[in-house]
Design a protein around this ligand. Structure first.
Ligand SMILES: Nc1ncnc2c1ncn2[C@@H]1O[C@H](COP(=O)(O)OP(=O)(O)OP(=O)(O)O)[C@@H](O)[C@H]1O
Ligand SMILES: [Mg+2]
Length: 312
């Protein structure tokens, strides 16, 4: 009998708890999702929070690196050789996994991307390297078309998009050339065309002008600038201090694996200043630049584009 009464009491108490819970304001119903330390802009495309990666248990790599890159920014990553720039880019590409810390892209923790989802993630990232990494036995056209093919693009899309991007990058007359028949600057244009043919929301360039002369460097940087103006967030790792200073964009500096400078609100003026591409070229050269070409369409919102990399 006593046992029966206590069961009824427990049931009543549980019902009362449920009722109280149902009336509670929504904010107290569930704990807020845990956020990393430090403030995160709502439009951050890249977020590093206390990221450490040591190679072979040495001190080389990157250590406790935190920074954000907002949608539409153009950001330089600078630092001497061995500073950790490429490591940072390889972490973003998921070629390396951090030992600790959190990396988010388009608001999502990239450690959650499964191997199966990697192609979806990677096709949202355009990548340009110092050594171009072109396919030597394919023509300019086919190098770029291949980047579309692997994402499952139709022949019609390829027929439309490849000539567009080759026009944009100034390669229309080189369609049938092989990489060894091109100058270094032209090869890098092909690799930029290949990186951008999918109109990715994020473009990463690791020393894109490291093998180029100053004039060719300006042409490539104008191209990256134009891509940024079309809405793609661009991160460029470089040694070229002169170029960085002339471009007056945000600068993040690494030294011995540590982030030592982030000129986010520094003397470089407003991000995405409304210079035309021609004015931008003039800024870099100190002379008038050719008339700008306009990109046909803006890049879609990064969040939606990255979704297929994270969806179940
Ligand atoms: N695969 C690796 N194994 C061991 N150590 C590595 C490896 N890759 C890079 N490191 C070390 O990690 C540190 C950072 O290298 P990282 O390549 O990121 O520098 P970086 O800033 O890109 O240099 P650079 O300007 O020369 O390209 C260096 O001390 C480097 O020797
Ligand atoms: Mg490097």
């Amino acid at each position: 009998m006593a046992a029966q009464r206590s069961t009824t009491d427990r049931q009543r108490a549980a019902a009362a708890r449920r009722a109280a819970h149902a009336q509670a304001p929504p904010a107290t119903e569930a704990p807020a999702p845990s956020r990393p330390v430090g403030s995160t802009p709502h439009d951050a495309v890249i977020e590093f929070r206390g990221v450490t990666k040591a190679y072979d248990n040495t001190f080389a790599g990157v250590h406790d690196v935190s920074f954000n890159v907002r949608r539409g920014e153009f950001l330089f990553l600078v630092g001497q050789t061995g500073a950790g720039k490429s490591t940072l880019i390889r972490l973003l590409l998921k070629e390396l996994e951090p030992d600790s810390g959190l990396i988010r892209v388009a608001g999502r923790d990239i450690s959650e991307i499964t191997r199966k989802k990697m192609p979806y993630y990677r096709r949202n990232l355009g990548v340009v390297f110092q050594d171009f990494k072109l396919l030597p036995n394919r023509t300019v056209h086919d190098n770029v078309a291949y980047a579309l093919q692997v994402t499952g693009a139709s022949r019609k899309q390829i027929r439309r998009q490849v000539p567009d991007i080759l026009r944009l990058t100034g390669l229309s007359t080189k369609l049938h050339n092989y990489p060894h028949q091109l100058s270094g600057g032209e090869q890098q244009r092909v690799s930029v065309a290949r990186a951008f043919v999918n109109h990715p929301p994020l473009l990463l360039a690791d020393e894109p002008t490291g093998n180029l002369d100053p004039d060719t460097t300006i042409g490539i940087m104008q191209l990256l600038y134009r891509i940024n103006k079309a809405g793609t967030t661009v991160l460029v790792a470089t040694h070229d201090e002169g170029m960085v200073n002339r471009m007056r964009r945000r600068v993040v500096e690494m030294q011995g694996g540590h982030l030592i400078r982030d000129e986010v609100a520094g003397g470089y003026g407003r991000q995405g200043a409304d210079e035309s591409t021609a004015e931008f070229g003039a800024l870099m050269r100190g002379e008038p630049a050719p008339a700008p070409q306009r990109l046909a369409r803006r890049v879609e919102e990064p969040d939606s584009l990255f979704d297929d990399a994270f969806a179940d």
